[in-house]
Design a protein around this ligand. Structure first.
Ligand code: GAP
Length: 438
């Protein structure tokens, strides 16, 4: 089990501006979180890198950004109105509600009643879709849902994408966006919240068992390799195939990538073989054809879909946990430089020497222009404290301008993970940093 405690990550996240409790000054709102200046950068970096490898680096993937609000019939078609449920039980002592399919959470609650035997109500299926209302007149408002997964907005646009772009099967549609679930027990920080973000691909293939297996295996490994390429420790990741009884209503097969969290192995993201479930159901419920015509053979069929679905917030939490390092001198987030919220920090050695500040300011402005990402300025206190502050948010490079810089036009660059320093010529600095963060 990962030995970094979740409490440490929660405290660091609040202290250093990664994540705050949602609506905190009003006592909060369970299952919601707000991202601060560091969190928003880390989240953006995760999403940008995902988009870069999933869309820009491939020639068989295009993107969409569908509306969160959809005609409610889309949710009937996708089976979510009927089957997007969790089994809920209520503690007869304190009336708190839990998921009966999470034995660890049930056990933890029972032990909170210190020796008193807890009785539970029979499990009741509870629908996770969040309802909302649209329209200006009270009583005439339409009831609809905030999307429970971002997937539906892609499938309903399948024909639009085929007819408006040059895609040919096999091809995929990528999307990133918010999803909402009325989770019975939100918890473990942003791991299970009621509002969260997903990054998904729907990859459309010919409807054949062999093709299904080939692409399912391909996407499993592709996603695992992506997390490893961003520095996640191999021993903290594993695949877990879903058993028949736990598979979602739409899935012919499902595998999770799991992370070795402080509270045990947990679902990180899923790869789902959705077969023709979504397109067939949308065809049936909308009355609109969802078939694909092969441009060469003229053959028509409803494609199968191999989905990859990852939580942005869950990825962010696991990157934080995986990169956390602490010794007697410092706390360091050893984030991959591509993920780091701050790419470089610039310091004049002393804050009260105008000749140092002037050169440092010019370097700072130059880096801001040339580096895609956040560059920070700090001239407060002593240099050691400035380094420690940057280590805590995972800044890979600290650039210090000292008296030697005025003479030979070099600066020191301190490397976060080793704390080693090297002298770099000022005119080579942007390239030096650029080459290591992109
Ligand atoms: N479209 C398929 C789908 O939504 P899922 O397994 O329900 O599948 C996919 O969700 C991913 O979304 C999960 O692996 C997780 O990373 C993230 N996720 C799901 N529910 C979440 C929640 N309540 N809070 C944070 N992330 C969540």
């Amino acid at each position: 089990m990962n030995t970094t405690s979740l409490e440490k990550i929660v405290a660091l996240a609040k202290r250093r501006g990664f994540i705050y409790p949602g609506s905190e000054i009003y006592g909060g709102l369970a299952g919601t979180w707000d991202y601060g200046p560091m969190g928003v950068e880390l989240k953006k970096n995760i999403k940008d890198l995902w988009w870069k490898t999933i869309v820009y680096a491939r020639d068989d993937m295009v993107g969409v950004d569908a509306a969160i609000l959809m005609n409610p019939k889309a949710w009937e078609a996708s089976g979510h109105v009927e089957a997007f449920t969790d089994p809920l039980v209520e503690c007869k002592i304190c009336h708190q509600r839990f998921r009966s399919d999470k034995p660890d959470e049930i056990k933890a609650h029972e032990s909170s009643h210190a020796g008193v035997k807890v009785e539970w109500t029979e499990p009741k299926l509870f629908n996770l879709l969040v309802k909302t209302y649209l329209g200006v007149l009270e009583g005439e408002q339409a009831e609809l849902y905030l999307r429970g997964e971002i997937t539906n907005g892609v499938h309903v646009n399948f024909k639009n994408v085929v007819s408006s772009s040059r895609v040919k099967i096999p091809f995929g549609i990528a999307q990133i966006g918010k999803a909402f679930r009325n989770e019975i027990t939100p918890g473990n920080f942003v791991f299970r919240s009621r509002e969260f973000e997903q990054m998904e691909t729907q990859f459309y293939i010919r409807p054949e068992e062999q093709e299904g297996k080939k692409w399912f295996d391909y996407w499993k490994q592709n996603r695992m390799d992506w997390y490893l390429s961003l520095g996640m420790k191999e021993e903290n990741l594993r695949f877990r195939d879903h058993e028949d009884k736990e598979r979602a209503h739409y899935a012919k097969a499902a595998t999770d990538i799991e992370y070795n969290s402080p509270w045990g192995w947990q679902e990180f993201m899923g790869i789902h073989h959705r077969g023709d479930w979504d397109l067939s159901r949308h065809q049936e419920y909308s009355g609109k054809p969802m078939n694909y015509k092969d441009p060469v053979s003229g053959e028509e069929f409803i494609p199968w879909d191999i989905e990859t679905s990852a939580g942005v917030d869950r990825s962010l939490l696991f990157f934080l946990l995986d990169s956390y390092y602490e010794d007697e001198k410092r706390v360091v987030l050893k984030l991959h430089p591509k993920l780091a919220p701050v790419k470089a920090a610039v310091f004049p050695l002393l804050g009260n020497k105008p000749e140092l500040t002037e050169v440092a300011r010019a370097i700072y402005q130059d880096l801001k222009q040339h580096i895609s990402g956040l560059i920070q300025w700090d001239d407060r206190g002593n240099i050691g404290k400035r380094y420690l502050a940057q280590d805590e948010v995972g800044t890979p490079f600290c650039v210090t301008i000292d008296f030697q810089s005025l003479e030979d036009k070099t600066v020191t660059v301190r490397h976060r993970d080793t704390a080693e320093q090297e002298r770099i010529s000022i005119d080579k600095l942007p390239e030096f940093i650029k080459g290591r963060i992109s």
